[in-house]
Design a protein around this ligand. Structure first.
Ligand code: TXA
Ligand code: MG
Length: 322
């Protein structure tokens, strides 16, 4: 069973040693927990795919401490540099042409690499004195809900890995937004995420082509964007009127906003005052909890179709996919 370690100086040094030896460590980030290995070490990265049961065709994101380190593993054009300057450290992953130093296994053979610079203070403390970037997908078994606490990782991957670094609950609770800006005249949104599309467009003064909303299967543009993903074991359906659809004892109703009036049993909500940020931060944790309760079905309320709401609806649609 994995040891869950608090971020003391001593434990951080121990975990750096584990990573230098080519072993895996689950790490906190502001989006979700990641399952990390030395990105320069192919066999360490191979172990990530094994532990997650992840297909070898689905590339990993490389996590770095700064733009200058990112420049040693990937090449930037003016637009990607501008985006990094605006949004790093933070929940934005950039798809960039990769440098030779990144092994093929990290990028699933692609000539591009996903790079992200997280802002979580414990992550930053860990990585700042490492000599290599950390390749890390979300620390969940393939296609299951992403973890937003150390306990989620322990529950779902605890028998596959030895170490989990506990940095508290992830503040954003939703994966990073992925942008491919290799073509400066036609930057592309590959995955909706914690950083809103409109915020990127407004602050960077660009227009993103949205390839993230297409829910077709296949590796064409965004490997890993398979329709079924982020799924609890309990079957999940979407509804705009969940309280009406929720009739039986055996289903759970998940609302993003606390309803007015009397509330019957088995009704859960993500935010008392209807804050999308709060609802987003709690969605995966709520799905993890409800998944343990033995309901036959989860009826989830759709979010308003705008920015963060679109990102959350994307996750719900994938969670509902068969
Ligand atoms: O917030 C996050 O991004 C979290 C934390 C741990 O950083 N990581 C994460 O990783 O969500 P993962 O592996 O669960 O999702 C990464 C997605 C996958 O769908 C993968 O296919 C895509 O990023 N990706 C990675 N490299 C890519 C590349 N070179 N081209 C296109 N897509 C890429
Ligand atoms: Mg994932």
């Amino acid at each position: 069973m994995a040891s869950v370690l608090q971020p003391t100086d001593e434990n951080l040094e121990l975990l750096r040693g584990v990573l230098r030896d080519g072993d895996l460590v689950a790490i906190p980030t502001e989006t979700v927990y990641g399952l990390a290995a030395n990105a320069f070490n192919s066999s360490a990265c191979e172990n990530i795919y094994q532990a997650k049961g992840r297909p070898a065709t689905d590339p990993l994101i490389c996590h770095v401490a700064s733009v200058s380190i990112a420049q040693s593993i990937a090449s930037f054009n003016q637009l990607s540099r501008h985006l990094a300057d605006l949004f790093w450290p933070g929940p934005l992953t950039l798809i960039l042409p990769k440098a030779k130093v990144i092994p093929d296994i990290v990028t699933a053979g692609l000539d591009s690499v996903g790079v992200r610079c997280p802002i979580h203070p414990v992550f930053r403390q860990l990585i700042e004195s490492l000599e290599f970037p950390l390749a890390a997908p979300s620390a969940n078994p393939f296609a299951y809900i992403s973890p937003t606490t150390a306990a989620h990782v322990a529950d779902n991957l605890g028998d596959k890995i030895d170490y989990i670094l506990d940095g508290g609950p992830s503040a954003l609770g939703l994966e990073s937004t992925i942008v491919d800006a290799r073509n400066e005249s036609a930057p592309v949104l590959l995955r909706h995420g914690a950083l809103g599309k409109t915020e990127i467009e407004n602050r960077a003064g660009i227009k993103l082509t949205d390839l993230a909303s297409s829910v077709t299967q296949g590796p064409a543009v965004a490997p890993g964007s398979a329709l079924k993903h982020y799924s609890p074991m309990t079957p999940l359906v979407l509804s705009t009127n969940p309280l009406e659809d929720h009739e039986t004892e055996s289903s759970a109703c998940l609302l993003w906003k606390k309803p007015a009036g009397n509330i019957s049993g088995n009704v859960f909500w993500l935010s008392a005052n209807g804050s999308l940020e709060e609802a987003g931060a709690r969605l995966y944790a709520a799905l993890h909890e409800i998944d343990q309760l033995g309901f036959k079905q989860i009826i989830a309320q759709t979010f308003p179709e705008e920015d963060l709401g679109s990102a959350l609806n994307d996750r719900l649609r994938r969670a509902a996919a068969k």
